[in-house]
Design a protein around this ligand. Structure first.
Ligand SMILES: NC(=O)c1ccc[n+]([C@@H]2O[C@H](COP(=O)([O-])OP(=O)(O)OC[C@H]3O[C@@H](n4cnc5c(N)ncnc54)[C@H](O)[C@@H]3O)[C@@H](O)[C@H]2O)c1
Ligand SMILES: O=c1ccn([C@@H]2O[C@H](COP(=O)(O)OP(=O)(O)O[C@H]3O[C@H](CO)[C@@H](O)[C@H](O)[C@H]3O)[C@@H](O)[C@H]2O)c(=O)[nH]1
Length: 444
């Protein structure tokens, strides 16, 4: 099939590359010329394991190309995939500016019948809005579909080529059949439904996963107070197939480009139809508080943080990505600086993105975990990169000013830490120092 993908962010790039990998002819379009030029030169603007190899392979096979020219891309395709951003507005609602503009651009480029399918995460009713915009800007026939994307950053290629399920929403049966056939090489588990249900499946899925995380984080906070171990509790719960073991890893809460934005957008979608989504509001509230636990534990261990040297291990919102959108590290570092701490920060791949977003003279950017830890009064581990569990603990202890580690991701082994004489505190595990009950307002 000939496919044009509009937007070369995570979703556009990864789905474009994967559709070409399974034999389709794909043209990826972006209106950011810097991105297109990079991609044409063979440079990949995001860090995603395995992506650069697949781009090189499929470009060489003549199945994948990049362009700034939406007209030629749309005109040479049967299917147009919308994969532009849907960022949050200040009230939490999804900003549909890019979707609307792209729909108009597509309509004006159309030269015949097309399927226009949205992969971006969009509020219920958006595909109908897209349909209206296209019909008022084009004389050509078309159908619309919603194909929500479920890939995770860091394992995006694997997730796209091995999906748990594909959801396709359309009110046109022929469109459903064509899109079903397109996805069959990936999985036979294809759910076809109406447009609105497909749009809702995406938000409901992300909201449910976020709920699991906030739930286990609250259980962790209780575990600390009753002397239980949240990792064993999660394991014991997870064997029940009705619960499942994934997304029960306690820590400093969820970040990233999706959960924070999509939970707030769903709250707003509900508010717009006069429904107060109380459960999801609590999930968001718990997540906001959870990141400050690191600071409370630091205060409990070190007292005032004024002029204390704090090493930050990990800036990305999760391992295997350089994405720092809504990373817990942003607010944690900001709060540490507000309290007068001096920061020595290290991330294996996300430092440059972080520097572009948060630059402050109180932050020293380091080239290794050891460099960040040197002469520090404490380490805060904020992203569970594997390399942090491979550091030589004897050497680490020797170069630190005080042997204090706050592990916000429960990555390190408490027994090994104790054997190496660290004051080690994690989230919801025995002997973790209790975070007191200060609220975020009191901290700031
Ligand atoms: N990032 C993820 O892991 C992920 C996973 C599933 C779903 N989603 C959803 O997919 C959508 C895209 O997310 P992302 O992270 O890839 O976004 P992104 O913001 O990283 O990338 C969007 C790209 O679209 C381009 N663009 C905007 N308007 C355009 C236009 N009119 N023509 C051509 N290009 C245009 C931008 O220049 C940018 O490169 C969002 O709705 C997001 O919620 C994201
Ligand atoms: O048990 C867990 C699992 C995750 N997280 C955190 O949750 C956030 C999101 O993690 P993850 O879901 O792995 O990453 P994303 O790449 O943001 O992917 C989510 O968001 C995407 C965008 O909508 C969806 O496509 C994916 O299905 C959905 O998992 C990260 O900060 C993680 O550290 C936890 O704290 N505990």
């Amino acid at each position: 099939m000939k496919i044009a993908v509009i937007g070369t962010g995570y979703v556009g790039l990864v789905s474009g590359v994967c559709f070409s990998e399974i034999g389709n002819e794909v043209i990826c379009v972006d209106n950011n010329p810097i991105k297109v030029e990079m991609l044409e030169r063979g440079e990949v603007p995001i860090y995603e394991p395995g992506l650069d190899e697949l781009i090189i392979k499929n470009k060489a096979a003549g199945r994948l190309s990049f362009t700034f020219d939406i007209n030629s891309a749309v005109q040479n395709s049967d299917l147009v995939l919308l994969a532009v951003g849907t960022p949050a507005q200040p009230n939490g609602e999804a900003d549909l500016r890019f979707i609307k503009q792209a729909a108009i651009d597509i309509a004006q480029a159309m030269n015949g019948s097309k399927i226009i399918a949205t992969k971006s995460t969009v509020p219920v009713g958006t595909n109908e809005l897209v349909s209206g915009l296209i019909s008022s800007n084009s004389i050509h026939s078309f159908t619309v579909a919603s194909i929500p994307e479920f890939l995770r950053e860091g394992s995006a290629i694997y997730d796209t080529l091995n999906p748990n399920r594909i959801v396709i929403g359309s009110n046109d049966s022929e469109t459903l059949q064509i899109l079903r056939e397109l996805h069959l090489p990936l999985t036979s588990n294809i759910i076809t439904t109406d447009l609105r249900s497909a749009e809702m499946i995406k938000y409901a899925s992300n909201a449910f996963l976020a709920t699991k995380i906030s739930f286990i984080n609250e259980i962790a906070n209780i575990c600390e107070r009753v002397g239980a171990d949240v990792t064993r509790v999660a394991e014991g719960m997870g064997y029940d197939h009705r619960i499942g073991s994934s997304f029960l890893q306690a820590g400093i809460g969820y970040g990233g480009s999706c959960f924070p934005k999509d939970t707030n957008a769903l709250i707003q979608i509900a508010d717009n139809v006069d429904y107060n989504f109380k459960l999801l509001k609590s999930v968001v509230e718990v997540n906001k508080e959870q990141k400050y636990i690191v600071i409370r534990k630091l205060q409990a261990e070190l007292g005032s943080l004024f002029q204390k040297k704090i090493a930050i291990w990990g800036l990305a919102f999760k391992p295997n990505t350089d994405d720092i959108r809504d990373a817990p590290a942003i607010e944690i570092i900001q709060e540490l600086i507000n309290q007068g701490a001096e920061i020595q920060a290290y991330d294996p791949v996300a430092t440059q993105n972080f520097m572009n977003e948060v630059n402050n003279t109180s932050i020293i950017w380091c080239n290794s975990a050891i460099e960040a830890a040197e002469k520090s009064d404490a380490i805060c581990l904020l992203t569970e990169w594997n390399e942090f569990s491979e550091v030589n603990l004897e050497y680490l202890g020797a170069i630190m000013n005080q042997r204090v580690i706050i592990d916000g991701r429960n990555l390190l082994d408490p027994t090994k830490m104790k054997d190496n004489l660290f004051n080690y505190h994690s989230i919801g595990r025995p002997n973790s120092i209790l975070a007191d009950t200060l609220t975020t307002q009191e901290i700031s």
